[in-house]
Design a protein around this ligand. Sequence first.
Ligand SMILES: [Zn+2]
Length: 353
Amino acid sequence: MSLHTAQHLLSSVIDSSLQAPTLTWSLTPWPSPAYIDLPRPLTAAEIGDVQDQVNRHVFEGRRVHVQVDDLQAGQAGVDRGTGDIAPSSRELGRGLPRDYSGGVHRMVIIDGVDRTPCCGTHLPSLSTLQLFLFPSPTASSSTSFRHYFLAGPRLLNHLATTQALLTRTAGLLSCGPPETPERVALVVDESKRRDRRVEDLERELAGVLGRQLAEEMAQWRSAGGAGGSGSDLGEWVRCVSRTDDAQSTRAFLHAVTLAFEAHLPRSKQPNVTPRFTLLLVSSPPSQTSSSTTIVMLFGAEEKRVKGVGDELKKQFKTLKGGGKETRWSGKFVGVWSTDREGNTASTLLSQGT
Ligand SMILES: [Zn+2]
């Protein structure tokens, strides 16, 4: 009821001072703001001016009353409510349905401000209808521009809600409400910088881990390896388990395999490829039945990598994954314990195929 009266007042003031007729409007359900659609967006200055004018009428406590006249023969109109109404047709008979046959013409009058035909219920006075028109109209279509507004109890509710949100945000940032925007900007800025730094450090760490693993393999080979025949020293296998809370675990493990690959010792005999299969596992620090552990395989031979991947899937029912060439990766759902699942995977890896 109060928003309907506020809408009459707002539409009337905008129409008479800016010649911008209300095309459509909606009172929307509590507690969202109601809106009017105008043929053009209002500028910030216009919005300020409209708000001043409207609230002046409110503070004057203008009376609202209904005048009922007998409908003259041939008089009809169109409803001014939600729907597509061209400005010209709205002017003809706003608020009165085209098929109206009640025999009376009901006019809602805001003293000295507005007269609009309307069948709705209205407040007897504007005195409680302090109105707020939102400053940033958003284009709803190329021909109409939505302007949200609040008045009366809904405006107070909005103030209380917004104030609570602002107080909570300011509390989280340990500052006063006026400093909140600057503080948020600072936090966002710091967070971006931190993200970049984490990326740099992750790249560096992946490089170190990859190199260490390659060195480990080189040492194993120079110490005789698995004692294969001739130039074949057997297959080097290694299972590395990590605990990591990051969102980008897969990318990180992939970076480790790339660094490992880059540091592989160059074989002196061109036909001999050093055989290896590397299994990298990364789990979050605290796990539940819905936790995700990332499993990644990287090896010298595509067939072997695929074989280990298939075996892992057979072994762990909640592991899904697949591979391309010499890389394979999968997602395990549930609790991955290094002593249980980790050991099983390690054993499986060292069995060879
Ligand atoms: Zn009305």
